[in-house]
Design a protein around this ligand. Structure first.
Ligand SMILES: Cc1ncc(C[n+]2csc(CCOP(=O)(O)OP(=O)(O)O)c2C)c(N)n1
Ligand code: SF4
Length: 348
């Protein structure tokens, strides 16, 4: 019988060969190369697996990745004593083609617009039964910032003991890439088709900043996260699960199909959106920002826009060039507002 080769560990790496941060995210490659205290949940042989393989997400789907990391962390925090409500959308559709399911935890499909209300009801039921089962609700940006917005605000305002996670791919992907309240200015969607100089994609000045709206409810915990920084996402879910009351995490999840980008560009785009300042990563408790993630190496917005076909028209007209300037101004605004350029602080 062939001898099983020994796995490389951190001690086997030559001193001059630095392990890069993007190598730490997977069990298959990176985690065994870093020290035990730097590894994430996915590297544990004993990890839970909230969403198992065989689901039907597109290759490179950021939503599948984000949901798996978020819910695996929540499962670890609760010892599996949890239940999730899931709004209609890609995550619901690709994980549960009847009669199959990828979920390895109690999970319930709600309507498109009422996941927060269903989750509040679950939590009330658990309380009535004297159980400590924790409740999570999740949905896409359409389900969250548009149709589910009223239910979500009610859940916040009552301070129901629910963690709501929004997976933001910036449009209604499940039904064919229609615009949502979270679609960025200038983006092409099925309902914001660009038309030359007259109309360079989605209009500016609309859209909703739901993390800020959540903060305005003074709920115990609000955070933003991106699938480029999976350990950060895990840490934020862990922190959220340590609070009681209403909590909200807004996760940025690239969608190769809806954005017209390569399926292997998901992590790169999820990193660039942060490094441009377009999507600031922060945490807030009771309405006050408590932590932000500084930008490691600032990049101009064009670098983020170019790999995505939904922005290709912006590079062809004067109106498009104006739109790019506006997007850059939004990044500059965020960088100043959250004080994101702090070169003295090292990030990984
Ligand atoms: C009341 C109602 N209107 C419309 C739909 C059709 N519908 C199902 S999912 C969806 C879009 C979901 O978009 P989003 O919440 O952004 O999630 P994604 O698919 O992008 O993950 C729509 C419009 C529905 N199910 N119910
Ligand atoms: S359309 Fe987008 S969000 Fe939906 S499964 Fe495909 S990549 Fe994921």
């Amino acid at each position: 019988m062939n001898e099983i080769p020994k796995l490389r560990t951190a001690d086997d790496i030559p001193a001059d060969q630095k392990v890069k941060f993007y190598q730490k995210g997977t069990f298959t490659v990176g985690n065994r190369l870093v020290d035990a205290d730097e590894r994430n949940v996915q590297s544990s042989m004993n990890r839970s697996n909230a969403i198992t393989s065989g689901h039907r997400a597109c290759q490179g789907c950021g939503e599948a990745l984000g949901a798996r990391y978020a819910l695996d962390t929540a499962m670890r925090m609760t010892g599996g004593d949890m239940i999730a409500a899931n709004a209609t959308g890609c995550l619901e559709v690709f994980t549960t083609p009847y009669p199959e399911t990828s979920w390895q935890m109690p999970w319930m499909h709600s309507l498109f617009g009422n996941a927060p209300a269903v989750a509040s009801g679950m939590q009330a039921a658990m309380k009535a039964k004297g159980r400590n089962t924790r409740v999570i609700a999740q949905g896409g940006d359409g389900g969250t910032v548009d149709i589910g917005f009223g239910c979500l605000s009610g859940m916040f305002e009552r301070n129901d003991d629910v963690l709501y996670i929004c997976y933001d791919n910036e449009a209604y992907m499940n039904t064919g890439v229609q615009r949502s309240g979270a679609t960025p200015g200038g983006a092409r969607t099925a309902t914001t088709m660009p038309a030359g100089e007259a109309y360079p994609g989605n209009v500016f000045g609309t859209g909703k900043n739901l993390p800020k709206i959540a903060m305005a409810h003074n709920i115990p915990y609000v955070a933003t996260a991106s699938v480029a920084y999976l350990q950060d996402l895990e840490a934020k879910v862990e922190k959220a699960m340590s609070f009681k009351g209403a909590r909200y995490i807004h996760v940025y999840v690239p969608c190769p199909l809806g954005w017209g980008c390569a399926s292997n560009s998901t992590i790169n785009l999820a990193r660039l959106v942060v490094e441009t300042g377009m999507f600031p990563l922060f945490e807030a408790e009771h309405g006050q920002v408590t932590a932000t993630r500084p930008i490691r190496s600032r990049v101009p917005i064009e670098q983020y826009l170019k790999p995505q076909r939904r922005f290709a028209h912006l590079f062809k007209t004067d109106a498009g060039a104006e739109a790019i300037k506006k997007l850059q101004a939004m990044c500059d605004y965020n960088i100043a507002e959250y004080d994101l350029l702090r070169p003295e602080e090292e990030t990984v």
